[in-house]
Design a protein around this ligand. Structure first.
Ligand code: H53
Length: 834
């Protein structure tokens, strides 16, 4: 069990102001004190890692008064609170972000310099809290940043995984997974709150009994009880005193186990039971989109949702607010279906524990919950087998049956005689083995349902949730995703930040639409050349990183063409590869071919059990090995795979991109948020009309976006008609040659087996229409090459991308959620500190 180093907190307010001063001298004293009193290290022997912890603790001290004051303000003012329920928060390192948001960067640099230390080296010592897989988890982290910055009262609720997303190593071109021991050296940002803990039942059966008034009630007699402990992390807003809370739950055994076993003498059984309880929050499931269907995953979901709802009820009690007013005080947002068991859990808490009647409990539940859908992929829509669900959550199944009975009565009343519709909409799927459909539970139990980009919401309303949209059109809305400009521009791209500050002032940090004013500078050649110099320095920085990580040397003068995201067939990293190999073949055939030199950079993790995704990684590395070593092509083409794509190295990658690859099959990527991070940093996009690409293109203008490929409608039509990938192969000799080359073992020292499954997947079924989009993609890349050959034109387009990305700030997205779904007002917090 890892323990958090704690500081000597709680000094009297008078002393506190002095102790937590924001000037370099006070900060320096704080670092020195923590090194001595919290860490116990001699300065002469202290490593950068020791200084990291000392600085982190000193910075946390400086958050503490704001944090406490924020909580106190919300409590005093009795305001509505947004509770963002998410199984993932992909936070990334805290230190630099907190320094930025507190305005402490220069003070920290100075304080460390006085101690003979370098801030950037210290920042690099922080282990990354990778409590998420990809887009969904990172979105939750961006939203926390915006909620605090915009002074919205909010709490993030999630799981304190002991092991976050695995660390990816590349060995012989293959992905190897290593456990992520991010808590190994303690976590200076969190504060354990052992007194905030709840019991969570699991398994067993239900019983009816009569209460004192003779009313019939239900009791859940669990097989097992686990305790959830709160660990709080401060989420400091930028430039405000608001410091919100991220509350993550960690599982522990309840003491009663130990006593029971002690009495029966079965000490080992007691310890084993304890271990079983604590596995609930051990590890993050490393699957991004596909639902996994494992019992432990259901346990994780129920565990954190139950703790969170019990916590909301406890706070309501503390405030003396009757439970009937729950929905006036809480807006509870479901980040995908992962927390959707919350609908049944709140019903259980209100009915079985608070003794409300059904109608009242249901009105509260629907008024409190909102549901965000993040995917249309059928394999990602969560369902639980009915027998498994009954075994784990018997009371919830009864409640879900009752919700369903009442709901289907409503459907029948509205659409008499339409039993096919009833079957489609039921919370219980009857195709094959019976399942509980979590997206249906979330939709029925929420007053608001949203998709994450305009196209995605549109498809949601017309396909996956079409029946629900027909029944309740007023519940549906779109909330296009956004990203935080604090982390993904100010922190990630200090060069561009300085230019923006100098050119526009600093309000762009809290009003990203202010970047529009960049357009006035586009015709200034000096400005463009400064822009290029910044991009060049960012490319140098990334090239250095890639060289140390992989040994591949890249030239910053080349076009940096980058695709970083989870490896998935629908995201089509293999389409990118087909283009690279097309250029490779063309160059081999004609060494004098006039194509601009390009560095193709990839990064991303594959789910450990995803066979084809792992082969795609292997193929990228195999192609990289061949091309980078071939003097006939390596003065024009290079390929690099950045191992272990995570938040930290993402901050090096986005600012260095010239070209952003957003090439998913239209209709498959709900939104994408990497696309926005690239745009923010002045990369041009090559992409399909998918997810938020559609809106990016609208904002930046058709002439500044490299569009190719089938539309979502065309994809759907082709698939309905019976898509045959072989047709595309017959009509395209170059494509066939490239596939043959992969299949022949050319990139695998003659081994014709290793990539056969990939090639066959494309030639036999091609579920994501890679071959259908190939020719359009290659042609579009030729337009990219010709635009690149005119640096002044390219720079204008790049500046326009940054200038027009204002819509994609998570601040805009959060304001929409607050106004249109949560009914939430900002609350000014004043920390009363010097
Ligand atoms: O959520 C992102 C989207 C992205 C979508 C992603 C996502 C996950 O990362 C995991 C599960 C899931 O259902 C969806 O793939 O398109 O941008 C945030 O909305």
């Amino acid at each position: 069990k890892t323990n958090t180093p704690t500081t000597s907190q709680g000094a009297a307010a008078v002393g506190a102001t002095v102790r937590v001063g924001l000037d370099p001298a006070a900060l320096q004293q704080g670092i020195v004190d923590h090194l001595r009193y919290s860490i116990g290290q001699l300065p002469a022997l202290a490593t950068p890692a020791h200084y990291y912890r000392a600085l982190a603790l000193a910075v946390r001290d400086r958050l503490q008064d704001r944090w406490i004051r924020t909580t106190e303000t919300y409590f005093e003012q009795e305001r509505k609170l947004a509770c963002y329920l998410s199984a993932e928060f992909l936070l990334g390192p805290h230190l630099a972000n907190n320094l930025l948001n507190l305005g402490l960067e220069e003070a920290a640099r100075g304080a460390l310099a006085a101690l003979g230390q370098d801030l950037d080296t210290i920042i690099d010592c922080e282990p990354e809290p990778g409590l998420g897989n990809g887009g969904l988890g990172r979105l939750a982290a961006c939203y926390l940043d915006s909620l605090a910055t915009l002074a919205y009262p909010a709490v993030g609720y999630g799981i304190r995984y002991e092991f976050g997303i695995f660390a990816q190593q590349i060995r012989d071109g293959w992905q190897i997974e290593r456990t992520d021991k991010w808590l190994h050296a303690g976590n200076p940002w969190e504060i354990a709150k052992p007194d905030i803990c709840y019991e969570v039942n699991w398994g067993g059966h239900t019983e009816t009994y009569a209460d004192e008034a003779g009313l019939q009630r239900v009791r859940w007699v669990p097989f097992r009880v686990v305790k959830g402990l709160a660990y709080d992390t401060p989420i400091q807003g930028f430039g405000v005193d608001t410091c919100n809370t991220l509350r993550l739950w960690s599982a522990e055994a309840v003491e009663s186990f130990d006593f029971q076993a002690f009495n029966t003498g079965d000490y080992f059984e007691a310890v084993e039971a304890k271990l079983r309880s604590e596995t609930v929050t051990k590890v993050l499931y490393p699957n991004d989109e596909p639902a996994i269907g494992k019992r432990l995953r259901l346990a994780q979901q129920y565990f954190f949702v139950s703790c969170s709802l019990q916590d909301m009820l406890r706070i309501l009690d503390l405030a003396g607010v009757p439970v009937e007013r729950f929905a006036e005080r809480y807006a509870v947002q479901l980040n995908d279906t992962h927390p959707s068991i919350g609908v049944a859990e709140l019903m259980r808490l209100l009915i079985d524990e608070r003794h409300l009647d059904w109608d009242q409990a249901w009105a509260i539940t629907v008024a409190a919950f909102g549901y965000t859908n993040h995917t249309l992929l059928p394999e990602a829509l969560e369902t639980w087998s009915l027998p498994l669900f009954r075994e784990c959550l018997p009371r919830h199944l009864e409640i879900i049956f009752e919700i369903n009975r009442r709901f289907l009565d409503q459907v029948r009343a509205r659409f008499p005689g339409d039993e096919a519709r009833v079957a489609r909409m039921s919370l219980i799927g009857e195709v094959g083995d019976k399942q509980v459909r979590m997206a249906h539970l979330a939709s029925v139990g929420s007053h608001a349902i949203n998709g994450v980009a305009a196209l995605h919401t549109d498809l949601l309303e017309n396909s996956v949730l079409a029946d629900f949209h027909e029944l309740w059109p007023e519940r549906f809305s779109n909330k296009t995703n956004g990203v935080t400009p604090r982390r993904f521009l100010a922190l990630a791209n200090p060069g561009l930040r300085a230019l923006l500050d100098r050119t526009l002032g600093t309000d762009w940090l809290v009003d990203l639409t202010a970047l529009r004013r960049l357009e006035a500078h586009i015709e200034d050649p000096a400005f463009r050349s400064e822009w290029r110099a910044i991009k060049h320095a960012n490319k140098r920085r990334l090239a250095d990183y890639i060289a140390t990580q992989t040994g591949v040397e890249l030239d910053p003068n080349w076009l940096f063409d980058i695709q970083v995201k989870r490896i998935h067939e629908y995201k089509r990293q293999h389409l990118n590869l087909l283009h690279i190999l097309t250029l490779y073949r063309r160059l081999k055939a004609d060494p004098g071919l006039g194509i601009p030199p390009r560095a193709f950079i990839f990064g991303g993790k594959a789910a450990p059990g995803y066979f084809l995704a792992k082969r795609i990684i292997k193929l990228i590395n195999a192609v990289a090995g061949t091309i980078n070593a071939d003097p006939e092509v390596n003065e024009r083409l290079k390929v690099a795979f950045v191992p272990n794509f995570n938040v930290r190295n993402a901050e090096l990658i986005y600012p260095a991109a010239d070209l952003s690859e957003q090439i998913s099959t239209a209709g498959k990527e709900a939104s994408g948020t990497g696309n926005m991070k690239f745009m923010l940093n002045g990369a041009l996009t090559i992409g399909t009309l998918d997810g938020a690409n559609v809106e990016i293109r609208e904002q930046v203008g058709d002439e500044n976006f490299f569009l190719f490929g089938l539309t979502a409608d065309e994809v759907a039509r082709l698939q309905r008609q019976g898509y045959r990938s072989a047709d595309w192969l017959d009509s395209h000799a170059e494509l066939r040659a490239v596939l043959d080359m992969i299949g022949s073992g050319h990139f695998a020292s003659g081994d014709s087996e290793v990539f056969r499954p990939l090639v066959e997947n494309l030639t036999d079924s091609d579920p994501f229409l890679v071959l259908a989009d190939y020719a359009a993609y290659v042609a579009c890349q030729e337009r990219v090459a010709s635009a690149w050959s005119d640096p002044e034109r390219w720079t204008r387009m790049a500046i326009l991308n940054t200038a027009r990305c204002g819509r994609f700030s998570s601040d805009r997205a959060i304001r929409e959620y607050a106004d249109e779904i949560w009914g939430l007002q900002p609350v000014a917090v004043s920390a009363h500190i010097a």
